[in-house]
Design a protein around this ligand. Sequence first.
Ligand code: ATP
Ligand code: MG
Length: 267
Amino acid sequence: MHCYRVEPGQAAQIAARDTRDVQGFPGDKRAGKARIKELNAQLEALQEVLYAEGKHKVLIVLQAMDTGGKDGTIRHVFDGTNPQGVKVASFKKPTSSELAHDYLWRVHNHTPGSGEIAIFNRSHYEDVLVVRVHSLVPEHRWRRRYDHINAFEQLLADEGTTILKFFLHISKDEQKARLEARLDEPHKQWKFAKGDLAERELWGDYVEAYEEALTRTSTESAPWYVIPADRKWYRNLAISTIIVDALTRLGMKYPDPEDGLDDIKIE
Ligand code: ATP
Ligand code: MG
């Protein structure tokens, strides 16, 4: 799954990447789903030792176009983990109080503590994406933000945070199909937002904004992964694999037990 990493200093080349790619896994959908079950069990075990050891912090950033599958990713990839140690922060349109501060102000408070995994469902990247596409602040202001973001993420990494950032990459056709499904299926209609259609018209602008954001902010300490996301099972599999690999590499251990536990008898 390493091929999905945006190498620091190199162009993300989003437009050249296949949203239906499956080369990272040899099997079909059935085999993929079985593999996801195994990965879920591994992630559950890793999260428990992360929590018990209380040393590392883990930040997962999820970004995507509308209907890209952030919610489904959170549901499936983290299935089985302990809600005590995993928190999700969803970043919506900023409130007036959030807008009155710098754009990282609302974000910092949701970063993970020791032993925790924090999942950002959208993130500070909106401040160089939607903000850029809609000119919500002038260009000279959002342009400086790549440096702020890199410095902010380096700070988190220096203080013990493992950061993994995922762009769920769907095609414009796949978005059409998913929007249609939201219209057609009664239990999905609540998800349909007319505003998403206006954003869809700006598809090209968003691709441009994502391209520059991912290119400028994929670093060794906080790499971006462009995940082929038209196939949901493959998207989940790719993300699970990358997270499990990264957490395994931390070499975490359960804390040593207190001395003399062998002699204890519970009456
Ligand atoms: P779903 O896929 O379920 O629709 P969502 O993440 O799109 O989930 P919404 O409530 O539909 O959730 O949308 C959140 C909106 O908030 C997005 O349009 C996003 O661009 C916007 N937003 C997030 N952060 C900012 C920001 N800093 N400035 C302006 N808009 C923002
Ligand atoms: Mg939405």
